[in-house]
Design a protein around this ligand. Sequence first.
Ligand code: UGA
Length: 351
Amino acid sequence: MKVLILGVNGFIGHHLSARILASTDWRVYGMDMYDDRIRTLQDDARFQFFEGDITINREWIEYHVKKCDVVLPLVAIATPATYVREPLRVFELDFEANLAIVRLCVKHHKRVLFPSTSEVYGMCRDTQFDPYGSELVYGPIEKPRWIYACSKQLLDRVIHAYGMRGELDYTLFRPFNWIGSGLDNLHAAKEGSSRVITQFLGHIVRGEQVRLVDGGHQRRCFTGISDGIDALMKIIDNRGGRATRRIYNIGNPANSLSVRELAEQMLRIAADYPEYRDNAARVQLVQTSASEYYGAGYQDVENRVPKIDDTCAELDWRPRVTMQQALTEIFEAYRGETRAASALIEQEPRA
Ligand code: UGA
């Protein structure tokens, strides 16, 4: 099997590549603008990396779409602060650039595994979000936070429509707050520059305030990256065509935490490590409003829980990684980096 991964240096891309190389005889062809997370993979003869940009290196992409069996277009902006501040960039990359890739898959009859998102459900009020039943609920246009969800949703619909015409073999997968090492850059101290786990870890490492948006009552289900990769491996393998034209939530309903509970659990774990303990003891949890933290264009979902019955039954999969395990792995992974991260206090003084 030849697998094309665009955005191979990203959070999902680098974990998926490592798993493919370690557990199969498949080949990975990967493109990314950066290579810091995949350097250790580059010695493997079954891994070929090309440094490039999906909006520029179109010939490389078309050649490799033709050459490969499965395509994963993983390039996207996925940080909520960017949806609010730079909505057009999100649309141009997450929708327009990826539409071109999807069309190449149609043209060359290649299977595409598209990363939809838990965000497509928007502010849905169902107790569990169902890919085949739940409504997708967004706020007014003045709330650009939803441009990401809307862009992903529209591409889901385009892919589905190609499938209806029998022109595309696809699977849509929806990660629910996947977490693990290499999620975002720990050294980016700026608020909103990363997702909540990395943001909080950075504050703990630097002994800064942790800001709980709207009190931190909103809930997410966090999913260990290895569980996500287990599901993706089965979708790529696609035994008997079982994942063809299916939509899968990939998340862990058992790991439901409020953002405040997340901060508290992270602080408890940090206290067990000499590298984190002293700065963690200085951290204060403070409340802030969404408009103060993100700006007026932000809106949030109160409680996001995936319905995973189909994913479990059809893929013979279930999430196993507990919250404690997932967070411990993250704290372990960054033990050696605490000094570099805390040095940012000098460069970027903050309250
Ligand atoms: C995420 C992102 O949109 C995508 O990465 C992805 O598609 C999807 O959801 C997913 O991973 O399933 P969200 O869960 O809102 O969206 O992203 P985070 O930035 O991780 O924020 C989680 C919650 O923590 C939000 O309610 C946010 O307001 C809160 N938060 C974040 C704080 O209270 N304080 C902070 O410093 C940062």
